[in-house]
Design a protein around this ligand. Structure first.
Ligand code: UGA
Length: 434
């Protein structure tokens, strides 16, 4: 099939590349000249495991191309995916101006055969209706198109894997031709992986996405709530949560306490869902509680550091991990940045290391020292603060780390290390909920 994908962020670029891998003829559109220049050289502008190989292979095979013009791609395609960003407005609502802008441009070029416009980005319920109205308002004929919701469930760091072997494919389509077209898009993937397809209404699909992210964020905030209770009561949160998670109705995944969730999705989507509830006349207290506990998680951690180190002014503090989670170079809403901000404000001298996110962080926070590895961070440090649970931190030579530090104190915001082992090695160790 001929497919256009508008927007080449994490969702758009992964979706477009994976659709090409499924055998479709894909044009990815972006209006950012810097990004496009890289993509035209078949270089991925983001770090995402496996993505570069797929771009090279599919662009090489002539199935994947990049352009900045929406017009020709819309004219030539049977299916058009909207994958632009839906950032958070200051009041928490999702900012849909890019979605609307793209809808208007699509309307101008919608001609010829019947086409399906797919909302892939995370949007509040009833956005597809607005997209449809916009396309009609700007001149398209209503028999020529349908608007479908096909939410994406990919996680940064495993985006390719999540797309090529999904838990489920959700298609929200209200007409038979739209359902057929979408089945055609995903047929190669369904045949290969047996992934279940949930064919639902457009509005249900939109709510599935916000509902799923809210539930996942709720699990994290629940884990943090239990961790905070364990800290006060003198219990071990990992023991408690493991046992709770063994009930298969609950499940053990996504129950890791720490310094809270960050990233480009949860904070924005949870806030937007809260606003959607408000619009629907429903009390948003569930969502507010998730957000409140997430803020408390980082506050409690910072208080622990301040209580132990007392005066931070002039203290050498090493930060391990900058990305909002492992296997990505993304620092959007990264808890590490909040920790650094606060330590800096108190006058601490900060050195930091992250396996992938140093380049991005250096642009945002140029005034701290960036090190070549964790050992360099440890050298002379009066405390280490772990903000991201990178696998490589789990394999550090901890005896060496201890010998390099001036005072061996570790604040482990992701429970990467074993408290007994750390104490046995002579560290003063603080985990979360342990
Ligand atoms: C999230 C969802 O997991 C995806 O299913 C969804 O498709 C995506 O948002 C989206 O809407 O686009 P992502 O933002 O890549 O994916 O990150 P997650 O892996 O969900 O992690 C989010 C944050 O939660 C990270 O800061 C992570 O460290 C934290 N986390 C995760 C915890 O603190 N505890 C956990 O048990 C799990």
């Amino acid at each position: 099939m001929r497919i256009a994908v508008i927007g080449t962020g994490y969702v758009g670029l992964t979706t477009g590349t994976c659709l090409a891998e499924m055998g479709h003829q894909v044009t990815c559109i972006d209006n950012d000249p810097e990004k496009l220049a890289k993509l035209r050289r078949n270089v991925s502008p983001i770090f995402e495991p496996g993505l570069q190989e797929l771009i090279t292979r599919n662009a090489g095979a002539g199935r994947l191309s990049f352009d900045d013009r929406i017009g020709p791609a819309v004219k030539d395609s049977e299916v058009i995916f909207i994958c632009v960003n839906t950032p958070r407005k200051s009041d928490g609502h999702a900012d849909l101006r890019y979605v609307e802008g793209v809808a208007r441009q699509i309307a101008e070029h919608l001609c010829g055969e019947y086409k399906v416009i797919v909302d892939k980005c995370t949007v509040p319920v009833r956005t597809a209706e607005k997209v449809r109205q916009t396309i009609l308002r700007y001149g398209a004929d209503e028999t020529r198109f349908d608007v479908v919701s096909n939410p994406e469930f990919l996680k940064e760091g495993t985006a390719v894997q999540d797309t090529m072997a999904p838990d489920r494919i959700v298609i929200g389509a209200d007409t038979a031709p739209a359902r057929l077209k979408m089945m055609e898009v995903y047929r190669p993937l369904v045949e290969k992986t047996g992934a279940p397809v949930k064919m639902v209404s457009v509005r249900s699909a939109e709510l599935i996405k916000h509902g799923a992210n809210t539930f996942l964020a709720a699990k994290i905030s629940f884990a943090n709530l239990i961790a905070h209770a364990c800290e006060e009561a003198g219990a071990d949160a990992l023991e408690v949560l493991e046992a709770i998670g063994l009930d298969e109705r609950i499940g053990g995944h996504f129950l890791c306490p720490g310094i809270g969730f960050g990233g480009s999705c949860f904070p924005k989507d949870i806030a937007a869902f809260g606003k959607t509830l408000e619009t629907l006349g429903i009390d948003g207290m569930f969502v507010e509680a998730i957000e409140k506990i997430n803020k408390q998680a980082i506050e409690r951690f910072l208080r622990k550091i301040e209580k132990e180190l007392w005066i931070l002014d002039g203290k050498a503090i090493g930060v391990l991990g900058l990305a909002f989670k492992p296997c990505t170079d993304d620092i959007r809403n990264a808890p590490a940045l909040k920790v650094i901000d606060r330590l800096k404000a108190e006058g601490a001298v900060i050195s930091a290391y992250d396996p992938e996110a140093m380049e991005n962080t250096r642009k945002a926070v140029p005034e701290i020292v960036y090190c070549a590895d964790a050992y360099q961070v440890a050298a002379g440090a009066e405390a280490l603060v772990v903000c991201t649970d990178w696998e490589e931190f789990k394999h550090l030579d901890l005896a060496r780390v201890k010998n390099l530090m001036r005072t061996p104190i570790v604040f482990d915001g992701r429970n990467v290390f074993n408290p007994e082992e750390m104490r046995g090695l002579g560290f003063k160790y603080f985990g979360v909920g342990r």
